[in-house]
Design a protein around this ligand. Structure first.
Ligand SMILES: NC(=O)CC[C@H](N)C(=O)O
Length: 233
């Protein structure tokens, strides 16, 4: 699997993401600077990583969404290419119109940084095929603006088309306010676009891929993607 990780000024999770992609796929990803206008030929997967692009000025992801490289990301998605946005990456994909909705301030107006449980809502997407539907995984969150919001019609469409891929839940998969760490509508932690080739999620699966740091629950996402493209470039 050939992947490309976008790099914006202020991003700080790109090395974690690159390390995980190398670990799981066996192939070093290309690091692509925001001012570039092209992705490397043959890119299978574009990853927009987490961090604080442009210092979170205006709104998280708002400036990065207008960076030159984003036209190439749009073209890649339009061809059916896979795009994954994690945390700030999810915010950037929403701000760029590649995913619907927006990420607002967390309902308690505090930055949160701890492990959460997620219920995998479906396993028939390229991003979740490494899991079973209904499986509960534990991965960290680290954000101040993770409260997913969209207008009523958009939420109706996302829900009726089964485009929620992850929801915040308890360790046994129960949904409820105490587990909805940022107040997101319907406890939405991750979604896919209509075509199913662009995904965004607030939690960080790339940080839980090795038992030495306490959990490998994030690995399934990357392992599932690799299954699709194979391990070699
Ligand atoms: N870890 C991240 O990507 C953080 C995203 C963004 N800076 C926020 O605080 O919401």
């Amino acid at each position: 699997m050939k992947s490309a990780v976008l790099v914006f000024p202020g991003i700080n999770r790109e090395r974690d993401m690159a390390r995980t992609l190398k670990l799981v796929s066996g192939v070093e990803p290309a690091m692509v600077w925001h001012a570039d206008t092209q992705l490397p030929a043959g890119t299978d997967l574009v990853v927009v990583p987490g961090g604080f692009s442009y210092g979170d000025y205006l709104r998280c992801g708002a400036i990065a969404a207008r960076a030159p490289i984003m036209d190439a990301v749009r073209a890649h998605a339009a061809k059916g290419g896979l795009v994954l946005g994690v945390c700030n990456g999810f915010q950037i994909l929403c701000e760029s119109g590649l995913l619907p909705g927006v990420l607002m301030r967390n309902s308690k107006l505090k930055f949160i940084c701890h492990d959460v449980h997620l219920r995998v809502e479906r396993s028939d997407t390229p991003f979740t095929r490494g899991y079973n539907a209904g499986q509960v995984i534990r991965v960290p969150v680290a954000h101040g603006e993770g409260n997913y919001v969209a207008d009523e019609d958009t939420i109706k469409a996302i829900e009726s088309e089964g485009r929620v891929i992850f929801r915040y839940c308890s360790a046994d998969g129960t949904l409820g306010d105490p587990y909805n760490v940022n107040g997101a509508i319907n406890a939405i932690a991750g979604i896919v676009n209509e075509r199913g080739n662009v995904a965004g999620m607030m939690p960080h699966p790339e940080n839980h891929v090795e038992s030495i740091i306490g959990s490998t629950d994030g690995r399934g996402l990357f392992a599932g993607l690799v299954q699709q493209f194979g391990k070699a470039a």
